[in-house]
Design a protein around this ligand. Structure first.
Ligand code: NDP
Length: 332
């Protein structure tokens, strides 16, 4: 079995020398364990933060050790009384072809209950929940709000914008990094307006797309996007600080937002969150999302990278550059 290890901590952008592939033997499961043949693994922006040796809400990856992250696969050997061979399980030991995992740390899922197996890593899983919690709980979205979503063609952003529409937003505006993604937002996902942040300053493009201002900003990007949103937010505006991907590879603190003091007079509420601390919302999310999917009300896309475990580092680097539309997963 092969696994991907952290070869060296990146300074700035990761590269091929950040990763190494290694051959390991995954033997019979120890008592209470299962061996899983991973079928899909997730690549996620937060993994970049874990490559730095800093204290955070998740511990850093260790040099020379395998990376980890969400994966889904089939149990091929079991020494557990609760999880049998043949079960499909979600777990946290991605970046490897086979994983020996304590049965208590896997979640058995029904493959027939999802449109695709990989959906458990995206629209039905962590990224879908991130969109739901961020919009509804953190940003306190309410009917009639005008909403701006950055990273809008990505896994979280594409779902956040659509939930806002479904729940009665007055207007939903998205930003993304290519003309094709902008067309996808307005053409396929039902956004009212969208722009390519590479075309002109975000501040200017947001003003044009939302002449009456915005009430909610779902922030996946940080920096100049956050600054523009603060400028466009109406009184009592709310911001879900979900991510700041524009700055994950920076070696210096970001220059923006420079206008944070505007939040005082506008009485803006900026609130961060980490989805794993909101697991209590999973049942409500799962019920709503299952209904939306059944009724065809949510459009979701995946970028599935083929080529097996060797393709995983390239998939991760691609994610940071915007090579994906919707959720990026690797088929193992
Ligand atoms: P995405 O599917 O959105 O993929 C990342 C996207 O970021 C790329 O497709 C790219 O799209 C965009 N991007 C990259 N660089 C920049 C840049 N400089 N400026 C603007 N956009 C950029 O990933 P996810 O949906 O998984 O994650 C989205 C955000 O949500 C991330 O910030 C992530 O860290 C955060 N997150 C937070 C969680 C939480 O609990 N708070 C949980 C999960 C995710 P483009 O082509 O448009 O540039």
């Amino acid at each position: 079995s092969r696994e991907i290890r952290l070869a060296a901590r990146p300074q700035g952008w990761p590269g091929d020398d950040t990763f190494e592939i290694a051959e390991v033997t995954v033997g019979a499961p120890a008592d209470g364990q299962v061996v899983v043949r991973n079928q899909y693994m997730s690549v996620d922006p937060y993994m970049r933060g874990r490559m730095n040796d800093v204290k955070s809400y998740t511990p850093p990856f260790q040099v020379g050790a395998p990376l980890d992250g969400s994966a889904i696969g089939e149990v091929v050997a079991s020494a557990s009384s609760t999880v049998p061979v043949g079960a499909t399980v979600l777990h946290g030991f991605g970046w490897r072809e086979y994983a020996a995992v304590d049965a208590s740390k896997v979640r058995v899922v029904d493959p027939a209950a999802a449109p695709t197996l990989s959906a458990y890593l995206g629209v039905l899983g962590m990224t879908g929940l991130t969109a739901y919690v961020g919009l509804l709980d953190i940003a306190q979205f309410k009917e009639g709000d005008t909403v701006f979503v950055s990273g809008a063609a990505g896994a979280v952003g594409s779902i956040a914008g659509q939930i806002a529409k479904l729940r009665g937003a007055k207007r939903v505006i998205g930003s993304a990094g290519s003309a094709a993604k902008v067309t996808h937002l307005t053409g396929d996902l039902g956004f009212d307006a969208a722009f390519n942040y590479r075309d002109a300053p975000v501040r200017k493009q947001l003003r044009e797309a939302a002449p009456d201002g915005i009430d909610v900003y779902f922030d996946n990007v940080g920096g100049d996007h956050l600054e523009a949103a603060i400028g466009s937010l109406n009184k009592y505006g709310r911001v879900a600080l979900c991510g700041a991907i524009a700055h994950y590879n920076d070696t210096e603190p970001p220059a923006a937002p420079r206008n944070l003091a505007l939040a005082i007079g506008k009485e803006i509420n900026l609130r961060g969150y980490i989805v794993t601390n909101h697991g209590g919302r999973m049942p409500a999310f799962a019920a709503d999302m299952a209904a939306w999917l059944r009724e065809g009300k949510i459009t979701w896309q995946e970028t599935i990278v083929e080529g097996g475990i060797e393709a995983a580092p390239g998939a991760f680097l691609g994610l940071l550059r915007g090579a994906n539309t919707g959720k990026m997963v690797v088929r193992l």
